[in-house]
Write a protein that binds this ligand. Structure first.
Ligand code: SF4
Length: 471
């Protein structure tokens, strides 16, 4: 079986959303999850509180397919949380779909998690040894067990007690009968924003979800901050020792929607600046600049601003391709890539083309795209990448291939150029990437530097090597 959709990309992680104090909490959560769909398409779920008990609806696939009127009507109450999932840890099936709900001595609670815990394997082993029974293979369930076992009776204190034992990346949204709680890990790897709609509060992975429901962005939840939203309004705590934040720089490069505000900046603006820096560092003699859609579009616009070269949509992307499980015929060349991208021959023929992309993961897709652009008549094909070479896997909630599969972990830029058969290849430097992101803020760039802000235990390395989808 061939899995031809986007498997040469880093994959989005998960998206979380929460509403407190709105008569249409479940409907708003449904809309919020729609806006966060790019962060995970494998499963989605919503848990609401009727005031007396938590109600849950989950399913596999995309938000629009899972939730029909019937399901949303069942999700009564003025507070709700939701989750879209792309499995970064744990297999992809309904048992792993979030939010996870439990009934414990701290009352009914449910959790939605974006991120990955690097010590989950070890914690799970310890919990199982002391009698905990896990239902899922997800790292998130570890947090629930730690909360249930915490000696504190008070839920907020139990959550803090649990989170002090986990290491890694977590942006979390909890729901209890009478409140929602948002927490960002002390490094703040993954985003979490706070919004307002009338008297209601919203928690969301990205601010683009606030735009959809006409809510306003109040601020981002800070790294290491816990916000509790209940009948007495919003309370904020900083319960963890302060450390240097390490917000994921790759959210800017690729993951986040360009219309989101994140880590204090507009994503589209950072992408354009990455393109400008790329044009300064890696100029090219070309007739036309062509983005690899969709993510390369803003980078290419910035590249054109500095280079003065014309921008063309020389590759057209179809948005209606899901996973494709048919074996390509040998006779249909570049079948997988062609399902998603088609060159516009009249824009490319006879031209020296500068292709702009945000990353080369294994190199196999880039190689097919270069060949496709040549086959469409391009005289020269120059590849420009708006970030440094990707040399290491992510352990903080982004689905990446293992290190040995990352072409830049073992090949020089010129070797990669030869592999993808481009006339030239240029990457943005690390310094250029930081210049584009600008002053202020503190970021993780471990997949470019191998400098991991939270130490990665052996068990997590082993998990990455084994607990991954087929590639
Ligand atoms: S390793 Fe890369 S993808 Fe993972 S959090 Fe750090 S910057 Fe983001």
């Amino acid at each position: 079986m061939g899995q031809l959709h986007d498997d040469d990309r880093f994959h989005d992680e998960c998206g979380v959303f929460g509403v407190y104090g709105h008569a249409e909490a479940a409907n708003l959560t449904y809309l919020g999850l729609h806006a966060l769909q790019h962060r995970g398409q494998e499963s989605a779920g919503i848990v609401s509180s009727s005031g007396e008990r938590l109600l849950e609806e989950k399913g596999m696939g995309q938000v629009g397919r899972i939730f029909k009127r019937r399901q949303l009507l069942r999700l009564k109450g003025s507070l709700a949380i939701g989750h879209v999932r792309y499995s970064t840890a744990g297999k992809s099936n309904l048992i792993n779909a979030q939010p996870f709900r439990i009934d414990s001595c701290k009352g009914e609670i449910a959790i939605a998690h974006n991120g990955n815990l690097v010590n989950a394997v070890q914690l799970r082993r310890e919990l199982e040894a002391s009698g905990s029974i896990f239902r899922s293979s997800s790292d998130t369930e570890v947090i629930l067990h730690l909360i249930a076992k915490a000696p504190q009776k008070d839920l907020e204190a139990a959550i803090v007690h649990a989170l002090k034992q986990v290491q890694g990346a977590y942006s979390l949204v909890f729901i209890a009968r009478d409140r929602i709680i948002g927490v960002r890990d002390p490094r703040g790897f993954r985003p979490l924003a706070l919004g307002r709609l009338g008297d209601s509060h919203i928690l969301t992975s990205e601010s683009c979800a606030l735009d959809l429901i006409d809510a306003t962005l109040l601020r981002e939840v800070e790294p290491g901050e816990m916000v509790v939203i209940g009948s007495s309004g919003l309370r904020s705590y900083h319960p963890f020792p302060k450390v240097q934040p390490a917000q994921c720089i790759f959210e800017y490069v690729y993951f986040a929607r360009p219309d989101s505000q994140m880590f204090g900046r507009g994503v589209h603006e950072v992408r354009k600046r990455l393109g400008r820096e790329l044009a300064r560092e890696q100029p090219v003699d070309a007739d036309v600049v062509v983005p690899i859609p969709d993510s390369g579009v803003y980078h290419a616009l910035g590249f054109c601003e500095v280079s003065g070269l014309p921008f063309e949509f020389g590759l057209v992307r179809t948005h209606y391709i899901g996973r494709t499980f048919i074996e390509p015929q040998q006779s249909i060349r570049h079948f997988g890539v062609k399902l998603k991208l088609n060159p516009v021959r009249s824009l490319l023929s006879g031209k020296r083309v500068a292709l702009i992309d945000d990353s080369i993961v294994r190199g196999t897709t880039s190689r097919k795209i270069v060949a496709m652009v040549r086959a469409a008549g391009a005289r020269e094909v120059h590849m420009r990448i708006s970030c440094p070479p990707t040399v290491g896997p992510c352990h903080y909630g982004v689905d990446t291939p293992r290190r040995s599969e990352l072409i830049a972990s073992s090949h020089s830029v010129d070797e990669i150029r030869r592999f993808i058969e481009a006339d030239s290849l240029g990457y943005l430097s690390l310094e250029g990437m930081y210049r584009a992101v600008g002053e202020g803020g503190s970021f993780c760039a471990a997949c470019y530097t191998n400098d991991y802000p939270v130490a990665v235990p052996e068990e997590e390395h082993a998990r990455i090597a084994t607990d991954r989808r087929p590639r």
